[in-house]
Unconditional design. Structure first.
Length: 310
């Protein structure tokens, strides 16, 4: 039988420094990642674990002391009850209208506030100021302003002989009144994002458009709008996520009323939890999570693909 010859000591010595060098390089490359572990642990404990736990508890009727698996009954109840399903519809309306208005008004304000106008710095501060105000403070303030009897808005309309409506007491107007307040509160952030995008556009594009005889409208539509697409993507994503998850402003101004006229998914979830229907409220949380993910992820992919094609 043939015997294996022992490895040459010189070959072993030649290979050992190479191995040590590669190990040292790998350790140096991985060293910064160790600092991510504390944050990753907190993220897993406070987000990943509760998320997967909520998917389980959505299929149960649970309390702090008892859990009973009931399958899809919570989801059937959620979508079969007209009062609960209305919150789903209102959520989509609220998210679509608030994000759409913030995009249009934010872009127009961004163009205005980056042009050479008088008191530009002051106007920028005025537009952005509502973003800094507490949501609860904004809600309480506009609740008083929109009071159908003593509110400043209706008293102002009465000067011109106009009988002001019940902004927050009319079921047909309550949700849209809150939408206007939310747009007033958040359009400053959209304008700020657009201003950052506008000042980054090279002026050579506008000069070339002027040489070609383009009017102001054509420069805006064919130069400004395409080149601020990254800012538009950011505004769409942020405003949609905020609109679909809105709760504080609605709860402060109307509490979801009158009746269920201004209820959204977040307020429905809160009410069901307050009433003791913990499983039903957890199912609502899952529905909200799925709705936000189903809207945002494909939209984010589509917007980024369109941006790459430019």
């Amino acid at each position: 039988m043939a015997t294996l010859a022992p490895p040459d000591a010189s070959d072993t010595a030649a290979r050992t420094p190479g191995r040590r060098s590669s190990s040292r390089k790998y350790a140096n490359r991985m060293y910064p990642h160790w600092f991510l572990l504390p944050g990753a642990a907190v993220f897993v404990v406070l987000f990943i674990v509760p998320t997967f736990a909520s998917f389980y508890y959505a299929f149960t009727r649970w309390t702090l002391f008892d859990v009973e698996f009931i399958g899809f009954d919570n989801f059937v109840t959620f979508f079969s009850d007209p009062q609960l399903s209305k919150g789903f519809t209102n959520t989509l309306i609220f998210g679509a209208l608030t994000s759409g208005l913030k995009i249009v008004l934010g872009l127009l304000l961004g163009v205005l506030l980056t042009s050479n106008i008088w008191a530009r710095g002051y106007l920028r501060a005025v537009v952005f100021f509502p973003v800094l105000v507490s949501v609860v403070g904004v809600g309480i303030t506009f609740q008083a302003l929109m009071d159908p009897y003593d509110g400043v808005i209706n008293e102002f309309l009465a000067i011109f002989g106009i009988d002001g409506p019940g902004w927050l007491t009319n079921p047909d107007l309550a949700l849209y009144s809150i939408i206007l307040v939310d747009v007033w509160r958040g359009v400053g952030l959209a304008a700020l994002i657009y201003m950052a995008g506008l000042v980054a556009i090279p002026q050579e594009y506008y000069e070339a458009a002027r040489v070609d005889g383009a009017t102001g409208w054509h420069r805006f539509w064919n130069v400004t709008v395409p080149l601020v697409r990254p800012a538009t993507t950011t505004v769409i994503i942020l405003s949609l996520i905020g609109g679909l998850r809105e709760f504080q402003l609605i709860w402060v101004m109307t509490g979801g009323g009158p009746g269920f006229a201004s209820d959204v998914l977040a307020s429905v979830i809160y009410k069901q939890y307050a009433y003791g229907f913990f499983g039903l409220s957890t199912a609502g949380n899952v529905v909200l999570f799925v709705v936000v993910s189903a809207v945002i992820l494909p939209l984010f992919w589509w917007l980024n693909r369109k941006q790459t094609e430019l």
